[in-house]
Design a binder for this molecule. Structure first.
Ligand code: C2E
Ligand code: MG
Ligand code: MG
Ligand code: MG
Length: 277
């Protein structure tokens, strides 16, 4: 890295950083046009109960890029989170999810399916968030108690007062909350009891090592025990093997999501997995 004097301040010439910055700017431009051109779509990953029945799905964002093909969220969510672009994208996700929920409710095969939607911290903190969610739910006639918003641990722990107030406004209308990637943050039991939650979602990094890393087994058992004591649902994500599922079941985990049971997929494929009415 070369430092050069430039005017009164210092200027850093780092070609790699320069490329990253202009890529970032380009990415933001591309994301805006993706919204305009309707290039986003939702994939759905099924969630199953103890007895093997499908109880719901998680909506996972994809970007159908004209040249790059199907782009996963890891490639663009972080960039979107640096500005209010995440609010625009998040609103699109919410609206699309509510359209889907409203459609499911017309179909006896899926009228009871839950739909989980990921919410970014910046989106949740945005002044219009609560109204946005409530108006989409009302406008589309989606049943609020079938909509679960997934928040991360760091989001809920950052400014707990405000978080709880916001959650309660949605909770009183029936919307459910899950803590995504649970176990990777620093939630204490005391904080958890203050939040109007329905579900803890065990992070896949712990599920991955079940049966091979004893410390992760302890973590998983602890999370499941915590959930039971707080009367919360507990779901494991990233279930890839029969062994993992068997261990989770043995520890008392009630719900499962992962490649073993179903990849994220287009809506028509998800519906094809349902038994006939
Ligand atoms: P997440 O919410 O924790 O979602 C789980 C991720 O794990 C998904 O990746 C899913 O495809 C993947 N996964 C599911 N089962 C398995 C498994 O058995 N093994 C492995 N190795 N992976 C599995 P995906 O779809 O790439 O999404 C990544 C992250 O992007 C999500 O993590 C979420 O944080 C974020 N994201 C996705 N959609 C949205 C969205 O609409 N809004 C926001 N704000 N974030 C989103
Ligand atoms: Mg999630
Ligand atoms: Mg997760
Ligand atoms: Mg994750």
């Amino acid at each position: 890295q070369v430092k050069a004097r430039h005017g009164n301040g210092l200027c850093f010439f780092d070609p790699q950083m320069q490329t990253a910055i202009s890529n970032r700017a380009q990415l933001e431009t591309d994301l805006k046009s993706a919204l305009r051109n309707a290039e986003f779509l939702l994939y759905y990953q099924p969630q199953f109960a103890y007895d093997g029945s499908m109880v719901g799905a998680e909506a996972l964002l994809r970007w159908q890029h004209p040249e790059r093909g199907l782009v996963p969220p890891a490639a663009f969510i972080a960039a979107a989170e640096e500005s209010d672009l995440i609010v625009l994208i998040g609103n699109w996700v919410l609206r699309t999810a509510c359209v889907q929920l409203a459609q499911w409710q017309q179909d006896p095969r899926c009228e009871k399916l839950q739909l989980s939607v990921n919410v970014s911290a910046r989106q949740f903190r945005h002044a219009g968030f609560v109204d946005q969610v409530l108006s989409e739910v009302a406008r589309l006639g989606a049943r609020a108690h079938l909509l679960t918003l997934e928040l991360t641990e760091s989001l809920v722990l950052d400014n707990v007062e405000e978080t709880v107030a916001r959650m309660l406004q949605l909770r009183t209308r029936g919307i459910r909350f899950s803590v995504d990637d649970f176990g990777t943050g620093y939630s204490s039991l005391a904080y958890l009891t203050r939040l109007p939650l329905h579900q803890l979602k065990i992070d896949q990094s712990f599920v991955r090592n079940l049966g091979t890393r004893p410390t992760d087994e302890v973590i998983v058992q602890t999370i499941i025990g915590m959930a039971h004591n707080l009367e919360l649902e507990v779901i494991a994500e990233g279930v890839e093997t029969e062994e993992q599922r068997a261990l989770l079941r043995h520890y008392g985990c009630s719900f499962y999501q992962g490649y073993l049971l179903g990849q994220p997929m287009p809506i028509t494929d998800l519906l094809a997995l349902l038994p006939p009415p």
